[in-house]
Write a protein that binds this ligand. Structure first.
Ligand SMILES: Nc1nc2c(ncn2[C@@H]2O[C@H](COP(=O)(O)OP(=O)(O)OP(=O)(O)O)[C@@H](O)[C@H]2O)c(=O)[nH]1
Ligand SMILES: [Mg+2]
Length: 347
């Protein structure tokens, strides 16, 4: 199934059914008292999450969704039936924004169901308006109007760790090593086109979720490469693994790559800082991973590590995604940080 992570749709609740204007007809009373029933209530629009859906793809087929209108009242004090609610089923972690202002209406990460639009009330039938002064009212209430709203549904993957880095750095290789995810891996940039999730098991009882996203390159915030929009999938992760290709192949400078990515992340933050509920990515902890060390001599690696540390005072985990070297050590550190962030381990 194709991964679709943003759709704009229009939803409408149901109109209330009209109240009826009717009078009893009986053989002995050609024009009896009023007996018009009430109209039914219009259906609500409800959004509900399901674990079994992981894409907004199916919302591409139709853009307009309408709950059922309430049925009109009828004679003999019969109320019209209520309109059926419209329930739209979306993946967990879907955020609902207003179509116009981008403001978050609801976040279906912790809540499973929200009623977004109420259906119109049914109108009262003429029976309701009967009183001692007017025993045969000729009027009834119309049904209340419905409501229509443009909304944007946006799916954020719910992952604990985001893997960032240049294209071809070995991000997908790493996720395939530490989880059961089987992403496409190939020796060219932009192999990964859509975010991939992998569940990493820690011992027998714990696990965390890693997201592999398409690579970033310099100028991504201006649309170069695949752009930076995929960063929104890792907005909620508490930690990034920053994979740096240290092989120096294709003339790449690993330190420059690292700085370029962080520059793009800052641009993403600047572009999103006004967004409701936004938490800057640049403030997220990054675990720096030097990958492809199997292609380097010890001297080369030491030299690079020294140069890197001179610029950035941070721990470095040197691994090879292909041979598996040092991956277990990296995983232990990541698992520990995640379990602390989740509150499973107390600090
Ligand atoms: N020698 C060596 N090659 C590696 C290592 N890790 C990954 N590669 C190779 O590097 C290439 C790119 O790996 P991917 O895992 O697809 O890279 P990616 O970062 O996911 O790339 P995009 O999806 O394009 O962003 C593949 O040919 C891998 O086999 C490593 O540790 N050593
Ligand atoms: Mg990839």
């Amino acid at each position: 199934m194709k991964f679709v992570d943003e759709v704009k749709i229009t939803i409408s609740s149901g109109r209330g059914g009209a109240g009826a204007v009717t009078f009893r007809r009986e053989s002995h009373a050609p024009r009896g008292g009023p007996d018009g029933g009430n109209g039914g209530k219009g259906g609500d629009v409800i959004l509900r999450t399901s674990k079994h859906i992981n894409s907004l793809f199916d919302f591409r087929t139709y853009r307009k969704y309408h709950a059922e209108n309430g049925k009109p009242g009828a004679s003999d004090q019969c109320s019209g039936a209520d309109g059926v609610d419209l329930v739209l089923v979306v993946p967990e972690g879907t955020v609902i924004r207003t179509g116009e202002s981008d403001e978050i209406l609801y976040d279906l990460t912790d809540v499973n169901e929200v009623s977004i639009l109420k259906g119109g009330r049914g109108g009262k039938g003429n029976e309701f308006f009967k009183n001692s002064i007017n025993q045969a009212p000729e009027y009834a209430q119309p049904g209340e109007d419905n409501h229509t709203l443009d909304i944007a549904l946006e799916l954020k993957l719910i992952a604990d760790v985001g893997i960032i880095g240049f294209p071809n750095a070995g991000k997908s290789t790493l996720i395939s090593r530490i989880s059961a995810a089987k992403p496409k891996i190939a020796d060219y940039p932009f192999t990964t086109l859509t975010p991939q999730l992998g569940v990493v098991k820690v011992g027998d009882y714990s696990s965390f979720v890693v997201a592999d996203i398409p690579g970033l390159i310099k100028g991504a915030h201006q649309g170069v490469g695949l752009g930076i929009q995929f960063l929104r999938h890792i907005e909620r992760t508490s930690l990034f693994i920053h994979v740096v290709d240290v092989s120096g192949m294709n003339g790449r400078d690993p330190i420059q790559d690292f700085d370029d990515i962080n520059f793009e992340i800052k641009q993403y933050d600047a572009m999103n800082e006004d967004k409701d509920g936004f938490f800057p990515l640049a403030s997220r902890e990054q675990i720096v991973v030097f990958n492809k060390i199997d292609l380097l001599s010890k001297e080369q690696l030491d030299k690079l590590t020294k140069a890197f540390k001179k610029k950035h005072n941070t721990d470095i985990y040197a691994i090879s995604g292909v041979t598996g070297k040092n991956i277990n050590d990296l995983l232990a550190v990541v698992a520990n940080k995640i379990l602390k962030a989740k509150g499973v381990i107390e600090t």
